[in-house]
Design a protein around this ligand. Sequence first.
Ligand code: PGA
Length: 249
Amino acid sequence: MPERTPYIAANWKMHKTVAEAGEFVDALLPRIAATQHDVVICPPFTALSAVVERRYGTAVRVAAQNMHEEGSGAFTGEVSASMLVELDVEAVVLGHSERRQLFGETDEALARKLPAALAAGLEPILCVGETEEARDADQTEGVLERQLRADLAEVGDDRVAEVVIAYEPIWAIGTGRTATPEQAQEACAFIRDVLRERGGAADAVRILYGGSVKPANAAELLAQEDIDGALVGGASLDPEEFAQIVEAA
Ligand code: PGA
């Protein structure tokens, strides 16, 4: 089985000005200087350059929180993959549940965004996850399977291993209600099983858990066999807390 490097990502959402982003990176870098893990910061668009410039020469990589699938065009308010690459951004979060629920992100759009990101050289971090109603109705696996099949439909089997998947149960995001390690492991193992239909990539794909990850619960979640990292929201806004989560992996 391939060795999967732990992957810890900070999803800042709509938090941090340029000045605050700079302060965060300056505080974080000495705390994670020895890490061998992949550490990724996802700032808002306006703070991407500030984080990119400070992380040169370190292990930290930078991801945007969204992008449009077209290279350019009449799409007011949108940003393309090539615009992100020009800033030396290396990755992009796609399909976060807040984008799906609040901004009408569809699986059809994601099926176009995934190959566009890969073609531009960006590593996609694809978020999937069920609502509380779906979990209560025993539909978690159905939801995950449908999202994975639809969103990865246009990604070639030979490129599936380059996609990072984040399992984020919607009921656990920003609620303080973390999935139990068993629930998270079960869903991440299921995701890996679904990816097996895409050939040998399944064992190489990094699968993250996201949803109220904190220093106090990170080690237990990250010790699960099929959980290769974390996508951290609230706790990623504080450099000390985020560094502790990186250390727990
Ligand atoms: P949270 O957010 O850690 O604040 O629950 C996670 C996410 O939305 O990626």
